[in-house]
Design a protein around this ligand. Structure first.
Ligand code: HEC
Length: 305
């Protein structure tokens, strides 16, 4: 009988492993046309800020926080986007790679819109000191959207009771004059026991410094139906802490009822359901009766001798 040559099998396993490893290590080439692609809009700070949020939810799990060299030890490595591996590539290369994906890198063509993908690139570019905007476009320059940093922004809020619409007016202080702050990100929240519950998406103020949000009508409030609304600026690192708080009767009345107070499975002993008590005590009694019966029979057996 022929015996298996274990060495040969090992050799094959090692060979296959090397083969797949070399496929995984293959260079990632980008078609020339895609490599030259640039974003149609110039990169701005607000774009990079959106990109930062997206990066932290979609990419950080593998690539680590940018600039900390903490990407996962995969093969090939995802790499830190602040590093040379990324900085040496064109905007088009990065866009193509994050759109199509390869191996351990997922493609994001369906998960992220084109604009979202470019905003992530604009965020990554803020870490590349020598970055030159491609073809005069995709510039990190005119940062027109940050003109209000340090200008003492204020939020005032007007309410529309009928359809629960909240209008936040953000104003800045320019040369002693109050002007509407355009392009500032505003978040709407309701205070909950453990933190803030966001209502809807973050809204960027329009040219009049206005951001609008309609509150849902089914928010649970306290026993009087009150909720605590908080409107605040998202970018605290730029504008400082700017917020507005008001208590409103927009919630549904909510009276807390202790679930242990009526007969239920989760009730305490005094409130257990009756069928549970009957079956439990029934079983206990039946077991003891069986034991007594067995002992009784044993005694009878002994006497019969
Ligand atoms: C599941 C883990 C994972 C996630 C999530 C992920 N990546 Fe990757 N990424 C990888 C791996 C692994 C590679 C290396 C792939 C290769 O070189 O074959 C990579 C490579 C890349 C590259 C190419 C780098 C190079 O070598 O040229 C870019 C650009 C990139 N990722 C961007 C992103 C962006 C942007 C996101 C978020 C939208 C993201 N990645 C999310 C794992 C991931």
């Amino acid at each position: 009988m022929k015996t298996f040559n274990i060495n040969k099998i090992w050799l094959l396993v090692v060979f296959v492993a090397f083969y797949f490893n070399s496929i995984a290590q293959q260079n990632w080439t980008v078609p020339a046309d895609d490599s030259k692609k640039v974003c149609k809009k110039p990169f701005t700070k607000s774009m990079a800020r959106n990109g930062k949020d997206l990066f932290n939810t979609k990419c950080k799990s593998c690539h680590g926080a940018v600039g900390t060299n903490s990407s996962l030890p995969l093969n090939p490595e995802p790499g830190d986007p602040a590093g040379e591996k990324f900085s040496k590539q064109t905007d088009g290369d990065l866009f193509y790679k994050l759109t199509t994906g390869k191996g351990g890198m997922p493609g994001f063509s369906s998960q992220l819109s084109e604009e979202e993908r470019w905003s992530i690139i604009s965020y990554i570019r803020t870490f590349h000191k020598d970055y030159v905007p491609s073809g005069g476009k995709g510039s990190a320059e005119p940062e027109t959207d940050d003109v209000f940093s340090g200008s003492d922004l204020k939020i005032s809020v007007s309410l529309e009771q009928v359809n629960l619409e909240t209008t936040a007016n953000v104003t800045g202080n320019k040369d002693g004059e109050s002007v509407p702050a355009k392009g500032v990100r505003v978040g709407f929240y309701v205070k909950r026991n453990f933190g803030l519950l966001p209502i809807g998406n973050v809204i960027t103020t329009n040219a009049d410094g206005v951001a609008k949000m309609t509150f849902p009508s089914d928010l649970p409030g306290d026993s009087l139906g009150n909720i605590k609304m908080i409107v605040k600026l998202i970018d605290e690192d730029v504008y400082g802490k700017v917020d507005y708080t008001q208590t409103l009767d927009w919630g549904k009345r909510f009276v807390y009822e202790n679930p242990l107070n009526h007969r239920a499975m989760w009730g305490n002993r005094g409130n257990a359901p009756l069928w549970l008590l009957f079956s439990y005590f029934g079983i206990v009694i039946a077991v003891w009766l069986t034991i007594f019966w067995v002992v009784f029979q044993l005694i009878k057996l002994k006497k019969a001798k």
